[in-house]
Design a protein around this ligand. Structure first.
Ligand SMILES: C[S@@+](CC[C@H](N)C(=O)[O-])C[C@H]1O[C@@H](n2cnc3c(N)ncnc32)[C@H](O)[C@@H]1O
Length: 436
């Protein structure tokens, strides 16, 4: 196919994440430029309400999710996200009075969601949080993660203090206050470790080792406590804002958000019929979500064996069980000279398509599938993911509706790190397919 047909069919919008002046956004060469600010003026901060409580690699931008929700769903609809990550779709669905099913291989989802879609009614009091934080500092319980080389990642003094703090949290009641402190401890446990905390992957660097050595000469314990206090307080305040917002908007009915972390979306039975799919599949390369979050998973109490098993299922680092065929994909395959990259490509498409197909077969007639992808380069070759997915699904009866282009100038990939052209990408695309 169909490349030409598709080309003729599709409407291409460009959406700029770093806003240009309206004059720069004028349409040219048939490309219509639209900025997120214009599309979703109600969101002026990507970390608003509960979005920033947890760091996660390659998070969805809430504006694009909100846009897809507003455009392709209606109130009370059920949305499915088979690659839910840190649950951006869940938060936006909740705020917009939609229900959602969130699935992800990463177990972090199960820890993240209770806070991100906090369902409490009353105001949380700072005094109660401070009391629990004091208890944590006087902890008599230790928790050492089930991680064979934990010593490699921590100075012994820091590991000792953190293990008491985590010991306290693991034996505390599983309530909102302990969850707030848990989220703060996750960030602090990374900051006070030997790994770079500005990049997602675990990596010891000279810079970080000397920063830790410097800290050890200073009042590092007071700094650690201050960090945990500040982050906890910030989370508590965002939860209070979240409650105020949702109580003002939800009237009589609270949306339902269901999540399952630790599941393989390629093969899981999707629990219910849905009205739309909104998702962003994993990157083709340069991103290992389980490995990037394994320090967090260990502290949360997951075992080495559990984490190894999940890594084995991660896209695209797993065995291929069928070869996805489309014209554009065939062209890329032909150009690739390296066998290992061809294998990676085949695995990526096999399992990404399996997972999408698995979720899409649970969509009702006329439902939209909104798939947000980049155009990564592999061995110097650009892989047009949206086009390959469009080709694959239109051959199976889906209708190609539209693709929006989001030109990336800088994008926040993780924490404070801004990356020009992550993964070699210049644009990202929101592909819209329609169930006939
Ligand atoms: C681009 S991220 C999604 C980020 C998410 N949109 C957010 O806003 O946080 C892709 C996700 O795919 C997940 N993933 C990778 N392999 C998977 C599999 N076999 N089944 C389910 N999820 C998988 C990763 O754990 C990662 O969270």
């Amino acid at each position: 196919m169909q490349n030409r047909n598709l080309e003729e069919q599709f409407t291409l919008f460009s959406i700029d994440t770093e806003f240009e002046t309206p004059a720069e956004k004028t349409a040219s060469d048939g490309v219509e430029w639209v900025s997120f600010r214009d599309l979703v003026p109600e969101i002026d901060d990507t970390g608003y309400l509960t979005h920033a409580i947890y760091a996660y690699p390659a998070k969805f931008i809430p504006q694009i999710v909100r846009y897809a929700i507003n455009t392709y769903t209606k109130e009370r609809d059920w949305i499915i996200d088979p690659f839910a990550g840190s649950g951006t779709v869940g938060v936006e669905a909740y705020l917009c009075k939609r229900n959602a099913v969130l699935l992800d291989l990463n177990l972090l989802l199960n820890h993240i969601m209770p806070l991100k879609v906090y369902r409490g009614k009353g105001r949380l009091h700072e005094a109660d949080l401070h009391k629990l934080l004091e208890g944590m500092r006087a902890s008599k319980h230790r928790f050492i993660p089930d991680w064979s080389n934990v010593d490699y990642w921590y100075a012994p003094e820091m590991l000792e203090v953190l293990s008491y703090y985590w010991g306290f949290i693991h034996q505390a009641d599983d309530d909102v206050f302990s969850s707030i402190i848990k989220a703060a401890l996750l960030k602090a446990s990374k900051r006070f470790s030997n790994t770079e905390d500005r990049t997602p992957k675990l990596a010891r660097s000279k810079r970080k080792l000397s920063a830790i050595a410097e800290l050890l000469k200073e009042n590092w314990r007071a700094q650690l406590d201050e960090m945990v206090d500040t982050l906890s307080l910030k989370t508590l305040r965002s939860l209070n804002d979240f409650v105020v917002y949702t109580q003002a908007h939800h009237n009589d009915r609270t949306p339902e958000i269901q999540w399952q972390g630790g599941v393989d979306s390629s093969y899981i039975t999707v629990p219910r019929e849905c009205d739309a799919l909104i998702t962003s599949p994993p990157y083709l390369q340069a991103q290992e979500y389980i490995r990037s979050t394994k320090m967090e998973l260990f502290w949360l109490g997951h075992t080495e064996e559990e984490i190894r098993e999940l890594s084995r299922l991660e896209i695209p680092y797993r065995k291929t069980d069928r070869i996805v065929q489309t014209q554009t994909l065939a062209n890329v395959r032909e150009m690739l000279t390296r066998d290992d990259l061809r294998k990676r490509l085949d695995s990526y498409f096999c399992h990404t398509v399996n997972a999408l197909e698995n979720a899409m077969k649970q969509l009702k007639p006329n439902a939209a599938a909104c798939i947000f992808v980049g155009n990564p380069r592999i061995d110097g070759i650009t892989v047009e993911l949206w086009r390959i997915l469009a080709e694959y699904f239109t051959e199976r009866g889906w209708t190609f509706e539209k693709v929006y282009e989001d030109r990336i100038k800088t994008r926040k990939l993780f924490g404070a790190r801004k990356n020009k052209n992550p993964d070699g990408m210049k644009s990202e695309f929101l592909l819209i397919l329609r169930q006939p």
